[in-house]
Design a protein around this ligand. Structure first.
Ligand SMILES: Cc1ncc(COP(=O)(O)O)c(C=O)c1O
Length: 377
């Protein structure tokens, strides 16, 4: 008998079939799941998504069960293991990759670190990234000691991103590591073209794409997922698609590595708290099939409304679900002004503002955003 506390929560269990991969709800019904919209035009999923009542209650129920039944109970571990498997399957289905190549992580940042450290890059290696990367990817790359070559995508139209990446390829390039959707302006990078044209190992930061736009992560070798942003899951949840695990030699290992000698699952570093994983699964179960198309529709409306109001917008049409713009005055003041008017946006380190437009937003949020900016002008 294995004592209950030593039961491996990473143990392989039978796959849970996805009988109902997507809920059938209308946009209004889906929006009503998020209490924040009762008062607030919440437009900051690019940082942290809105939390649904059901996701919140699922986490609370798990915490309550831990309190009364005991956290290390065999039945609790069993359930947590099944929940983690179901969450991996949901993520895999969403990004079109096999579930046995998806591991759970705490974040995109952790996923980037797993891959970058596992590649054991040296100062002789070159890595192509862009001049628009978030620290979640940039800091692991800097820490690797490899020579970084930054494709200059910020100064070019979105259609020239492929050329900007190809400009940096040399015989020493070991890795291309960049975001699918740029956090500064919402532009979408052409991953399939980049992979095809360079033929190089490709690590993709999916923090601003998964749950926002349609994603086929199989074009990349590694693709990260943030649970807390466009998937509306708890903070400190995420996932990593590991297309190629054979080239990774981890420099940090967790207990998963003692259970799995080979394959992607050995790379999982962190034991995620069961209430977090349960919350992540609950959030994944609420993702509607029409999410990306509705979000694209809303983001086009938001961009048009800002332009109509005379606001300077740097995001091109037909990109991701972030709209970057600026108004006269201090960006931090504009964010506070918007918050006072019940609108949540953020300012960016390069002095621009950013609205995140998800499938849960509607025309009233857009109207409130525009009005809050005009009030502040
Ligand atoms: C492009 C990008 N990458 C990474 C991150 C960090 O994500 P996480 O907190 O999941 O590591 C963010 C946002 O916080 C982001 O916008």
């Amino acid at each position: 008998m294995v004592p209950a506390l030593e039961l491996s929560h990473h143990r392989r269990i039978t796959a849970v079939p996805l009988l109902h991969p997507y809920p059938t709800v209308t946009p209004a019904e889906a929006r009503a799941q998020f209490p924040v919209f009762e008062r607030t035009a919440y437009m900051n999923a690019g940082s942290v998504g809105p939390l649904s009542r059901r996701t919140f209650e699922t986490m609370q129920a798990e915490e309550a069960a831990a309190l009364t039944r005991g956290r290390g109970t065999a039945s609790v571990w069993e359930k947590a293991s099944a929940t983690a498997t179901a969450a991996r399957e949901r993520v895999a289905a969403l990004i079109h990759v096999p579930a046995d190549r998806v591991i759970l992580t705490t974040s995109t940042t952790e996923g980037c670190n797993i891959v970058v450290t596992g590649l054991r890059l040296t100062p002789d290696d070159e890595v192509i990234t862009t001049d628009a990367e978030h620290p979640g990817l940039l800091m692991p790359l800097l820490a690797s000691g490899a020579h970084l070559r930054k494709s200059r995508v910020m100064e070019r139209p979105a259609s020239e991103a492929l050329g900007a990446v190809l400009d940096e390829v040399t015989p020493r390039t070991k890795l291309v590591a960049l975001s699918h959707v740029l956090w500064l302006n919402g532009h979408v990078l052409p991953l399939a073209d980049i992979k095809r044209e360079t033929g190089l190992p490709l690590l993709v930061d999916g923090a601003q794409s998964v749950g926002a736009i349609a994603v086929d992560a199989s074009v990349a070798d590694w693709y990260t997922v943030s649970g807390q942003k466009w998937l509306c899951g708890p903070e400190t949840t995420g996932a990593l698609y590991v297309g190629d695990d054979t080239t990774l030699r981890p420099q940090m290992q967790g207990s998963a590595a003692s259970t799995f000698e080979q394959g992607p699952l050995r790379l999982a570093m962190t034991h995620l708290a069961p209430p977090m994983v349960a919350g992540m699964l609950a959030a994944l179960e609420e993702v509607p099939e029409w999410g990306p198309s509705r979000a694209a529709d809303m983001v086009a409306k938001c961009r048009a409304a800002l332009l109509e109001a005379g606001v300077e917008v740097r995001t091109e049409p037909g990109q991701g679900t972030l709209v970057s713009f600026r108004t006269a005055g201090e960006p931090a003041d504009a964010v506070k002004q918007a918050e006072a008017a019940g609108v949540v946006i953020r300012n960016l380190p390069d002095g621009w503002l950013r609205a995140s437009v998800g499938w849960w937003n509607d025309e009233t949020d857009i109207a409130r955003l525009v009005a809050s900016l005009q009030d502040g002008a």
